[in-house]
Design a protein around this ligand. Sequence first.
Ligand code: M6R
Length: 610
Amino acid sequence: MCGIVGYIGNRNVKDVVIGGLAKLEYRGYDSAGIATLDNDKVTVVKSVGRLTNLEKKLEANPVSGHLGIGHTRWATHGRPSDENAHPHQDCSGRFAIIHNGIIENYLSLREELQAKGHQFRSETDTEVVAHLIEELYNGDLLSTMVAVGKRITGAYALVVMTKDEPDTIIAMRKASPLIVGLGEGENFIASDIPAVLEYTRKVYVLDDGEMAVVRKDSVECYTLAGEPVTKEVLNVTWDAVAAERGGYAHFMLKEIHEQPKAIRDTLTGRIASDLSRVVLDEEVNWSRDFVKAIDRIHIVACGTSWHAGLVGKSVIEKLARIPVDVEIASEYRYRDPIQTDNTLIIVISQSGETADTLAALRDAKARGRRVLGITNVVGSSVAREADDVLITRAGPEIAVASTKAYTTQLVVLYLLAVYFGQERGLLGEDQVRDILAGLHDLPQAAEEVLDAAPQLEKFAEEWKDAHDTFFIGRGVDYFLSMEGALKLKEISYIHAEAYAAGELKHGTLALITDGVPVIALVTQTDLYEKTLSNIKEVKARDAFVLGVTFVGDEALRKSVDEVIYLPRTMPLLSPIVTVIPLQLLAYYAAVARGNDVDKPRNLAKSVTVE
Ligand code: M6R
């Protein structure tokens, strides 16, 4: 985690750095800090807590200069505190550094440096790097950082400045994201693109094992060994406004409402105009023989992306008859999974930077497997390291709770399932056309379901003091229940659990008592009667049941306390629409409880530690 910003140029350095950090605060927000170089002096100001605390401190202790670096922290080593906030400095105060990642050998380095007389001020792993630079500095920051890179192990995006070289910032990257924004007479460094969009759309995405020497009028890139590398400029098509809240009270609400567009964008160009086939040929480099030979698929992801994978399993198995295992990345990578030569690995990650998912990707590649990455971030590690990539076109997702990334991941998985089915000769023309017509209509259905917002807001207000909530469903509705429960827990802090509806009576039914809220998803026509029986089981224990079903289902209304109606879609495609009321329910519950919706406690948007 952690957000990093660096600037060199003629603007007000504090404004650029703080403005950039505000756009990256989703990466961590337990403390923040800034270092600037002014009049031959490095000045550092830092504060525990949100960025606003730092801003208040800066009002009392203004900083200026033409060069600066800043950081928002998500604690791993050392509790959130002023001392542990970045930037960190060496003993002399000549150097200042910021870091995202973990220096794994920091304990032995710390002992070594302490033995040489270095005085440490924090409990962090990062501070060793500042002292190591001081120890190794030879008058040339670039070659010093090459030497530093040889001594440290682990994951890092590191940015360093020194009063001894007042026209230079150095950024280096190993396993943690880092970009350089290219301006005219100014340049920028950041962990993520939204931080620089206000100033430039031209960026270099540093690859693993690269560093950049950033000056006002030039950016030179090198390997960590100091060999020059030539980078291609990435032209970013998002504009700065797209990364802002756009009038909504929270990013999450904005992102929920952006789903019809995000779904449409993700479908664009991937369905033939006569709805006869899915077209992915320009994005994946697979021959028909390769697709036919796939004998199993492992989908690997974390959190919400893992939930998308579970729906993907159902639909790929149904349409393409390929056995699919869906694995939590942090488990998969440690358990020596059984893969055949023809196993396709699919990693799903909104950010494309989740450490465990990336590690699983790298492990699969090391075993000789072909990896498909599904990610929302062009230029992310998943996008660059996977053999083939399908980008979800959700646009920047800022709220920690994932919404539009999930629905667009589902869209890509549906397209993939139809693609596999068509290439393997399993789907008839009519079947393909029906499914693709259904996908084509989804943006409209997503638009309509947003009309349920006032009903969900009222319901959330009434329920906001619940201690426990249960989500139940069968088939894909069970996987949707898991996503609904995660969303509610994550931002409202109400305990929530998801159950396959038929499983309740094997234990959990004991927890259902008078008034306990149960959200029952009933979109799978072939499982309708069975789910209805399970609803009756909880009603008989006096639960309060909110049913979610298709418009026109009057039978369910009689069996539950309240109903949310969804526009009709094919049951196969219903998850993309069903999840939206669950997102809204979580959102309004969090608002009703006065929580910080976009930045829930203890969490960060991009989990770049294992
Ligand atoms: O960026 P990723 O999709 O790899 O992130 C995975 C999870 O950390 C993420 O989906 C998380 O569960 C969300 N905050 C849930 O809303």
